[in-house]
Ligand binder design. Sequence first.
Ligand SMILES: [Zn+2]
Length: 953
Amino acid sequence: MSEATPLEQNKCGCIKRRIESGISAVGMISASVNDDPTRERNCRASLLQLECDALLQLASIVDVSSLQTTIKDVLRVVLPNVECVFVYLLEEESRLRCEDPPHEVPMEGKLRDAVNQQKRLVCVGLSPSELHEKHRSALTTPLPPDKRVLIIPLVDLEEAMVISLILICCKAPTEQDEQNLNVLEKHLTVACKRVRNVQRCFKRPHGHQSHNAPVEPKPQPEDYRELDRKILQLCGELYDLDAASLQLKVINYLQKETQSQCCCLLLVSEDNQQLFCQVVGDKVLEEEISFPLMFGRFGQVVETKKSITLQDVSQEERGLLSSLLGFEPSSMLCVPVVSQARGQVVALACTFNKLGGLRYMDADEHVIQHCFCYTSTVLTSTLAFQKEQKLKFECQALLQVAKNLFTHLDDVSVLLQEIIVEARNLSNAEICSVFLLDRVSHELVAKVFDGGVVSDDEKEFRIPADQGIAGHVATTGKILNIKDAYSHPLFYRGVDDSTGFRTRNILCFPIKDENEEVIGVAELVNKTNGPWFNRFDEDLATAFSIYCGISIAHSLLYKKVHEAQFRSHLANEMMMYHMKVSEEEVTKLLSTGIEPVQVIHPNFAEFVYTPRSLSDDSTPMGVLSMFEDMGFINTYKIDLRTLARFCLMVKKGYRDPPYHNWMHAFSVSHFCYLLYKNLELANYLEDIEILALFVSCMCHDLDHRGTNNSFQVDSQSVLAALYSSEGSVMERHHFAQAIAILNTHGCNIFEKFSRKDYQRMLDLIRDIILATDLAHHLRIFKDLQKMADVGYNQKNQTHRSLLLCLLMTSCDLSDQTKGWKTTRKIAELIYKEFFSQGDLEKAMGNRPSEMMDREKAYIPELQISFMEHIAMPIYKLLQELFPRSAELYERVAANREQWAKVSNKFTIRGLPSNNSLDFLDEEFELLQSQGAFGDESHRMNGCLDDDCNKHHQ
Ligand SMILES: [Zn+2]
């Protein structure tokens, strides 16, 4: 390889580029194995450069001695630490001979094994007996542990024989090396074959060899040498990356050598179904022309691999040729081009109109065959490369389609229109229609047509879902590729006959959702750049339909969600309308001003007071009085009418189950007030936190339906659908209702808050309401206990949050801190509510928990368990944090005692038929009269209960 001329260098550059892209296409650059990707990349890049140079060298060799040198060079580049390489080349069809020193592959041993098995062999050394003495020092077993001997036979697949054997000593090859070697092996084989062919051609005229080669050239030796010179020149020029440019050069060569007016190559498609043509004469066609292979003589050429002339083809085929060429051919020679790799016909080389009006002779056929002997590989690999590129392009197009489709999810019509345009463009169809399956009417509906949307329901197009081609596809869910519409039994000609449109071919494919259910059908009509839709279009349609299916399904879902949101919005509006507080109600509530708490009851601010003794009508004023007494109205500049409206609205936001009703919310709020008044909460919490706690108490069970969280989930209620993923279903709903009320016009008592305080307030309310889920309480109980142990720190944000949760729970269960009659009455209400949920669960076919099952629940036991495990620990903790709250714990404990005492009276499960536990009070009163409660009895009990409070009103 001496200095190259600038022209040659330029040429080499082009060849190199081709090899580079060829290498990357076959995967020589595989996934990085190194930790450092950059270094690895650089390393690979420079190696690649070396490999390219080596392969380039290899591609240009035509003689034996340079072949041997180059093989060695190339292997040194590809394999690690190559110590030596020996090359055996096939001579006289049976002897594999090495030049240095001259000897042959021995008849026995690993070398011979590799030849016989035609397989690469890696070993740790060879036995001295099969090695030439000059090779022994380097190759005899055992080699150092990291060294290996590689024996590589190069096999000519067509002749099924080893044409060269390569013996190498190098470092143990990695997986990557092996892969590289696989690629290199092919290049080496091609080079050896080429050199052999050249050798044969040169030797044969001199009578050295004679054998039956598949292509037996008859012309004179001088012609051959001339032809070979020309072919070598042509081969040197075949460096283009696109198949069309390569074809131009080959065709130009053929036109010249066969003295033809025009030549073209009819390429056989991958699926053997079509012939396509990209270049005619010196023209590259703007769009490739393709036609079917199934009929006529051209099909036979592909099958029989025998040449034909113009006399052999039918009139129809002549017409086809005339339109392809643009002139009437007067003579033709069509020669099959056989792939060396696959042994199949990959193209038909056609020459037309032999100049001088002569007929095509055998010599012409030989010229053509001789030409493709050297050029078919380059042509086929470039075609394959182009196909890869086309695939890549199509993939990118599909991704773009997906992107386009997914941006139109908000409107199905627009989406469908987008689908039609994309499908038509991807497949080069004349027309595209998309039908959606209407499962109710069992019809296929087209609202969107190529070029527009029909908004009018009357004009939409409907066909039965099991008729015609689209119906067939909708029913079977399988793609249908119809090459000739008129001959298909399912095709209905009526529409064509009335419109004058001519349907030639159809590709109809189903669009399925994620569950593989057919949701629609797309129909592509008349391929514009081919005789019909090909396999490639089918694959594309299949991929495309997946995107369509997902996007349509999502679009429909999106629409549903939108509707659901709208409905929910409407329902909320309706609810708020019915909850609406009239201005008269507000005015009436405020007419006499806010009543001081002392006026409501002298004991109103004491733990012994029972808020449930207040009448339902008086409760809104009770709330206002507490607001005023805690100084909230003044501190937060709360508008009185807004506050009144808010309180009335919250009251209306409660339903009327036995227990979780407004009276519960009122008594819980009152207990919060009691905590504020009796425990100096201001020393523990910030003002805003106390207000948040109080408002949370008011709102904490808004819109309670008398059923618990697990019931929402089991009955798959709307609330569960909304909130179950986050847990605390009901509590989230209570909070949502509280926000809805605040957002109602004229009800926002926090409207004057700064943005920051407002956000803080809502966050606090959310956290506090969520803390009313006893499951939450049980989760944080350890933390609460720990806080009590280390001592409460007001500056600690976590402590304040934990304390708020504990106070909220104390308020929620505060009925237990009242007198016996209250706790007894509350049990009545709670179990009434529980049992009706249990009844519902039974009706649903589920088994209620014991405490909800009126046939199983034993109330005293359940009450005692509840008080021991939930209520008492809470008030115990409260006592630890606030010693002044000790009386609360004591009363809860006393009530628990009482439950134990009355349990002997309690012989039934569930509730008595009158739903009343009044009979338990007889026992209580009896004990009281016997002085069982000591001196404190009056204060601890009698005064707390309803009868006692009532006469103050
Ligand atoms: Zn509650």
